[in-house]
Ligand binder design. Structure first.
Ligand code: ADP
Ligand code: X15
Length: 399
């Protein structure tokens, strides 16, 4: 991949940067700014070199139209604090506000465009629609730096199509991530354990087929687990369930048995009356989640079991919290797995934590980042890279 160095003298040039600022929010308060911090080296380097830096990013999954709930305003404010200079926020992506904001930039200044996903063309499956938006974005700049590692697995206008229209290079975060993750891809030390959880179940179930040929052990928690429990014939109450994936998961279970891959499922679940911080809850056997109850965490026995299954692993990849860690009552499973990984890492394992929420969970629960070998800003992206898949946002940057 080409790097920022190859862009030459940056003074006075308008450089469009794709960052991943998809941070967890509580209202308009950013609860973890890790993804913004991770973007700073590239942004500082460009600004220090005299570029006029125009950053684009998404927040959440708005439905292709402006929705103030997903405005990047809190991100612009935090980015300004961290950079030590004001970051102006355009109120649109490619309209009048974006154009005048970019025109008003002096050398070394940084501006942010409003959420790229406020424009339906960003995530369109129709190539021509994405290309049209990319063309309008390209009109704002002279070069493109791809630095949103968490989104390089998405074939979207601001990640993929734009790179075909401007001189395009990889930013420092993308380079660092690819380098660190390649260590787990090429000849991982064994046993190789992968822990999967979180809520983007249908996105991430797909990686399991591939992991069944690579990993020795798969530990399943978070929202992912209920599709597995259903595949084993258990009822899951009102927990998160991908009904149309149950047959696929049955196939995974059979494949795992054939390949000698151990699939570790929780033995107990913390089941709640509703999805709320103060919801009444109880720990129940994983095979007997009562009707109407919602599994929001793996139970304490499962936490111990998972930590034990990680203790002798030499390579560990973790994506997706074990429960709804944002609520104290359902953070125990995530804490137990994080501790298990820290202990294994101290004993010599190579560990990777990936994903916006997983990385945030580690910090919010008070773990020292140094306890893990690498904390990746991308969940889906790191998993797909570890699978050996071609990521559109990276292949488009190839020399
Ligand atoms: N049992 C569960 N039911 C519903 N949501 C869950 C459950 N377990 C975890 N989650 C949620 O999953 C979210 C993170 O999922 P995901 O985006 O897939 O992870 P990451 O950002 O680390 O890749 C968290 O907000 C967490 O609350
Ligand atoms: O949060 C993200 O991914 P992750 O949850 O896999 O870490 C990225 O910002 C990508 O977001 P998307 O999964 O809505 O495309």
């Amino acid at each position: 991949m080409k790097t920022i160095d190859t862009l030459g003298d940056l003074r006075g040039r308008r450089v469009l940067v794709r960052s991943d600022f998809n941070v967890p929010l509580d209202g308009t308060t950013i609860t973890d700014d890790g993804r913004i911090r991770a973007a700073l080296p590239t942004l500082r380097r460009l600004a220090d070199g005299g570029a006029r830096v125009v950053v684009m990013a998404h927040l959440g999954r708005p439905k292709g139209a402006p929705d103030q709930k997903f405005s990047l305003a809190p991100v612009a404010a935090r980015l300004g604090e961290l950079l030590g200079q004001e970051v102006s926020l355009a109120t649109d992506l490619v309209g009048e506000s974006a154009r005048s904001t970019v025109d008003g930039l002096a050398d070394g200044q940084v501006a942010l465009l409003e959420n790229v996903r406020f424009d339906a063309r960003e995530t369109s499956k129709v190539d021509a629609e994405r290309a049209e938006l990319a063309g309008e974005l390209a009109g704002l700049a002279d070069a493109f730096v791809s630095d949103g590692f968490g989104v390089v697995h998405r074939k979207q206008a601001s990640v993929y199509d734009i790179a075909q229209l401007l001189p395009a290079v990889a930013g420092d975060l993308v380079l660092k991530e690819v380098e660190s993750l390649s260590r787990a891809t090429t000849d991982p030390a064994r046993p190789y354990a992968v822990v999967l959880g979180g809520s983007k179940v249908s996105d991430k179930l797909g990686v399991i087929a591939n992991l069944l040929t690579k990993a020795d052990r798969l530990l399943i928690g978070g929202g992912m687990v209920f599709t597995f429990l259903a595949a084993k014939g258990h009822s899951v109450g009102s927990s998160l369930l991908e009904e149309d994936q149950v047959e696929t998961v049955k196939g995974y279970l059979a494949q795992a048995a054939e390949n000698g891959v151990e699939i570790v499922l929780p033995t107990d679940i913390v089941a709640a009356d509703s999805f709320a911080a103060d919801a009444p809850h109880a720990t129940v056997p994983a095979e007997e989640i009562p009707d109407g109850k919602m599994g929001l965490d793996i139970g304490p026995d499962s936490g111990e079991l998972f930590a034990a299954k990680l203790a002798d692993a030499r390579t560990i990849v973790w994506n997706g919290p074990m429960g709804v860690f944002e609520f104290d009552a359902f953070a125990g499973g995530t804490r137990a797995v994080a501790q298990g990984i820290v202990d294994a890492t101290a004993g010599g394992a190579f560990s990777i934590v990936g994903g916006g929420d997983s990385a945030a969970a580690v910090r919010i629960l008070g773990f020292d980042e140094a306890g893990f070998s690498h904390i990746s800003t991308g969940g889906g992206a790191s998993l797909e890279l570890l699978e050996g898949k071609e990521l559109p946002g990276l292949t488009v940057l190839a020399d």
